[in-house]
Design a binder for this molecule. Structure first.
Ligand SMILES: [Zn+2]
Length: 125
């Protein structure tokens, strides 16, 4: 696994965190690329509305996760199976109900406000 998510730009005002996996990127990056971990479920690519629904600008902390096999931070955050990138420690807000229903149908347990690895175990082959 050597995929690396686009790193967020310096302008922090534009940054948003994925509510499912906590990946931080700019709204424009989420719109053009989707979420590197959860695009399969959240389908944000190309949709500003979807990006606004599934990501939030209310989050705590930023962790740069670059060495996912050895990082204790990654283990603590349970993000070792996700792509390398910058992650929020905690996100606030909640995915739309239809998205939660969809996740449930796919057997993914989503815990609002935690975002720590719900999708990783099933999304990554
Ligand atoms: Zn995500």
């Amino acid at each position: 696994m050597s995929r690396i998510a686009s790193l967020p730009p310096n302008d922090k005002k534009q940054l948003r965190a994925c509510m499912l996996c906590c990946l931080i990127k700019s709204a424009a990056q989420f719109k053009s690329e989707g979420c590197d971990n959860c695009e399969e479920f959240l389908e944000m690519r190309g949709s500003t509305d979807r990006v606004l629904e599934c990501t939030t600008n209310k989050y705590d902390g930023m962790i740069a996760m670059m060495n996912n096999e050895q990082s204790w931070v990654a283990r603590w955050q349970r993000i070792e199976e996700k792509v390398r990138g910058v992650y929020a420690v905690r996100v606030f807000g909640r995915l739309p109900v239809d998205v939660e229903d969809e996740l449930e149908r796919k057997g993914i347990s989503y815990r609002p406000g935690q975002g720590n690895g719900a999708a990783a175990s099933t999304a990554v082959e």
